[in-house]
Design a protein around this ligand. Structure first.
Ligand code: SF4
Length: 223
């Protein structure tokens, strides 16, 4: 039995069929997909995801090897000198705020969870600076659990494709969970994020090259 959307309704078989067709085409474009962030364990992915705000994954991948060599565990980063961390992550932007965040996150992790990243969304979002999106990325990628991360790309692409009419990320997540089978959740959000970067971009969507054009009801589609 399909789950309920944010408004309490259940998707019809036709709506689920259209969602499946969209996912199948996205799978053809991106047969295998994972985060481009490099990491060795859930804590490293958590830190890398916090650092990826307002910058590219490539920029994060340039600084994290040195960062994790210098601070190899949550306990080490929890005790770090903020100025030293700022220097290491400077090129990712917002470096003061991000340094404070990843230190506080590591302190929280040590104090609350003995340094182990929990594989539970309700526990993850209690950690300093960890929102639902970051928690979902870590659950899906590092733990292989069903989770849908809703970022700006997912929000834009799913609204254009008529998979949701909501703008609140929590409601979008619920709408998508009602439409797609649990086993597809993690891959779905990674594919939507990449598709939003490559094709259905914010300013100039490439509708003429888009394999979803016949399934897309967006009235501002470009030929
Ligand atoms: S047709 Fe255009 S707006 Fe619709 S999904 Fe494709 S790129 Fe996005």
């Amino acid at each position: 039995m399909p789950g309920r959307r944010a408004d309490g309704s259940r998707p019809t078989p036709a709506e689920r069929g259209r969602a499946r067709a969209i996912l199948n085409r996205l799978k053809r474009r991106y047969p295998e997909i994972h985060t481009a962030l490099r990491y060795r364990d859930p804590w490293q992915l958590l830190v890398a995801t916090v650092l990826s705000a307002q910058t590219t994954d490539e920029n994060v991948n340039r600084v994290t090897p040195t960062l994790f060599r210098r601070y190899p565990t949550p306990a080490a980063l929890a005790a770090a000198d903020p100025a030293e961390v700022e220097e290491l992550i400077y090129s990712t932007g917002y470096y003061r705020q991000k340094a404070r965040s990843i230190i506080a996150l590591s302190q929280d992790l040590v104090a609350r969870c003995g340094g182990e990243v929990p594989d539970d969304i309700d526990e993850l979002v209690k950690l300093h600076g960890v929102g639902r999106k970051t928690a979902s990325v870590v659950l899906a990628e590092a733990f292989g659990q069903p989770a849908i991360a809703v970022d700006t790309h997912v929000k834009r692409v799913t609204n254009r494709l008529g998979l949701t009419t909501n703008t609140d990320p929590v409601k979008i997540e619920q709408d998508l969970k009602a439409l797609f089978p649990t086993s597809e959740w993690g891959g779905l959000s990674m594919r939507l994020i990449q598709f939003g970067r490559d094709v259905c971009t914010a300013r100039s969507p490439r509708c003429g090259d888009c394999e979803l054009v016949d399934l897309c009801p967006w009235p501002d589609k470009r030929p």
